[in-house]
Design a protein around this ligand. Structure first.
Ligand code: IMP
Ligand code: MG
Length: 189
């Protein structure tokens, strides 16, 4: 898999990503030390890998997990302007401390829209934590509370991030060029 000709560069390996996720877990344990229970919601499908790794490191507070399925209108490597909630969470979050996770923050549309949707359910608190934070001028005003790793404004795959619903299983995150020509690989790994 590391030899896929469309991989331009591996940015972060599994070990680096997962040690950062362990730090996020510590931050959560400290931030919510007075909370009886927190609800961690992952945006499917991208946040699934992140959520599963994160919860293994949270031992000091009770954690309830849930998922929400949201779809933007276009696939491929472009984020689109509109987002629809396909499947809502099943947990009653009224009065609860909620954390919303996504794989990556790009334009901000996904987290902003899902945040607004969840706020209607009147949680006690809601914090937003994307694993990767793209260094871009944000089109949508979205206040995040914490994040894992800052990444360049390039198209990435792996560790939950997909291109056409593939490559989420790659244990690293890499710059990916879907239009790369075979034989011109820049992958120096
Ligand atoms: P936003 O709504 O523009 O902030 O983008 C967030 C969503 O777009 C994420 O949930 C991802 O599914 C997707 N996305 C944004 N950037 C990338 C990328 O570089 N690779 C793969 N998916 C991405
Ligand atoms: Mg996606």
């Amino acid at each position: 898999m590391e030899k896929d000709y469309r991989i331009q560069k591996i940015l972060f390996k599994k070990e680096e990503i997962e040690s950062r996720i362990a730090e996020i877990a510590k931050w959560i344990e400290t931030t919510y030390e007075n909370s009886d229970e927190i609800v961690i919601i992952g945006v499917l499908k991208g946040a699934a890998v992140f959520l599963m790794e994160l919860i293994k490191h949270i031992n000091k507070i009770d954690v309830n997990i849930d998922f929400i399925i949201a779809k933007s209108y276009f696939g491929g490597s472009q984020s689109s302007g509109s987002l629809k909630i396909i499947t809502d969470i099943d947990t009653d979050i009224k009065g609860k401390d909620v954390i919303l996770l996504d794989d990556i923050l790009d334009s901000g549309i996904t987290l902003a829209k899902i945040r607004d949707h969840l706020l209607l359910k009147k949680p006690n608190s809601l914090k937003l934590i994307p694993l990767f934070n793209k260094k871009v001028e944000r089109e949508h005003d979205v206040q995040i509370d914490y994040y894992g790793i800052e990444v360049p404004n390039q198209f990435l795959v792996g560790y939950g991030l997909d291109f056409d619903d593939k490559f989420r299983n790659w244990p690293f995150v890499a710059v990916f060029d879907p239009n790369a020509k075979k034989g011109n690989s820049n992958d120096k790994s």
